[in-house]
Design a binder for this molecule. Sequence first.
Ligand SMILES: Cc1cc2nc3c(=O)[nH]c(=O)nc-3n(C[C@H](O)[C@H](O)[C@H](O)COP(=O)(O)OP(=O)(O)OC[C@H]3O[C@@H](n4cnc5c(N)ncnc54)[C@H](O)[C@@H]3O)c2cc1C
Length: 455
Amino acid sequence: MSDRQLDFVQSNSEKIPVVADCDVVVVGAGPAGHSAAVSAARNGCSVTLLERYHHLGGMASGGMVLVLDDMVNEGNEIVTTGVVDEFVERLEKLDAAVYPPREDCQTNWEMWQKWSRWGCIDFHKAMMPQPIIHAVAFDPDAWKRVSLDMVKDAGVNLRTHSWFSDVLMEGGKITGVISQTKLGRQAIRAKMVIDGTGDLDVGVAAGADYTDGQFIVTTVFRLCDVDTDKAEAFEYSNPEEYKKLDRQARRAIGGAWGMWWLKTPLPGIVWCNCPHMPGYDGLSVEDMVTAEFEGRERMMNLLAFARENIPGFENARMLGAAEQMGIRQTRLLQGEYVVSKNDVTSRRYFEDTVCRGRDYYTPYRSLLPKGIDNLIVAGRHYSVDSDAQKMSREIPPCMSQGEAAGVAVSLALQGDIALRDVDHKAIQKQMRAQGADPGDAPSPNALIESPVAAE
Ligand SMILES: Cc1cc2nc3c(=O)[nH]c(=O)nc-3n(C[C@H](O)[C@H](O)[C@H](O)COP(=O)(O)OP(=O)(O)OC[C@H]3O[C@@H](n4cnc5c(N)ncnc54)[C@H](O)[C@@H]3O)c2cc1C
């Protein structure tokens, strides 16, 4: 057995080997969990990061969701900085990120033609042409490599191939987690726990309140051998004909956002953020199997239609579907504060805001479950209602949540206090020190007339 075996914990009649004993265990190495682990380690904590798959990145790599968006407020004010900026810089060094230079972030047809097929548009605006904004198209394999580099540089103890299955608890406190591996169950002892599973797996096991959410699921895929120059030239010189074909393509796939294909940093390879498949429970094995069959059938229908009808796609081939089913929403924490749709759409500013996305603010309390002192969540399962989550779950804001959670656990450990007693001002200060925008200085378009104060 290659795993270091410190001692055992007893669970019912089973003796489970303890494979790590640390300050902080982070479960889930998606955008949020990864950022949380790196942030906690950089703040002096010994950190173990657990991930069920072999790769890091969650939906950003395994799910092949290939544009970082919701990074800017009105006026192209970049609000997700810190770890997000660092990630983009590292991707750029690998030639694996594309985004518009500041001077191209304008609202006109010339820039639209240059940048819209990279996904660098403000899709929240109904106008045409939509404004070009700071958004980043990236390569999923480079995302995995950068994730590994950052974990290594920060000294995080990484344990992949480890599926979280339960918590160890004493009183109202979590004392560790258990993962399922090929070698059987393994225990990790920790003083603080960060749930980055996207589905609140740890929170549920620890008895946190939650609500069941649901949204469309998608088998994202990529096509290769696409002549994107030809496809774009056809689209812009024959807009009416293109629109007609595009409508038919959408029918073939059965539901897609505004643009069903987008360019990637790899020439001739496009990613397709479709089909939209409603009514599936992202936690149900049966539903996921059915969705897999349905998604693959639909993507092949689209490919056949595109090859036959759309200039530039004549020689297109299926490069492959994402390793992970695209799950947007499942269980949502109902914690110390539940962010509402109105909070997001009104851009409500909270005194205890610790991170932000687009034009909305995320209060520290919405990362905290009620009644558990040493658990914090980061990611798409934070404490929010279902409609609000649909508009506040993109990759960069989830990374910023992770960065804030990493800071919070380090402060709780330093002060030997419960997470809920950590002073949000101290989190904000440290976030700023790491180059992140904690949202403590609201932008002019924030709702600050009646701020919801921290208790
Ligand atoms: C189809 C689709 C398209 C999207 N489009 C965009 C887009 O264009 N731009 C954008 O910015 N965002 C987009 N999003 C949203 C974004 O991808 C997610 O909201 C974001 O990745 C959430 O990050 P996360 O870290 O919270 O969760 P996830 O990315 O889901 O990561 C969770 C991690 O936890 C791991 N995990 C889960 N359970 C366990 C367990 N029990 N044990 C061990 N590990 C576990 C998973 O393997 C994974 O690595 C899209 C999402 C989908 C599904």
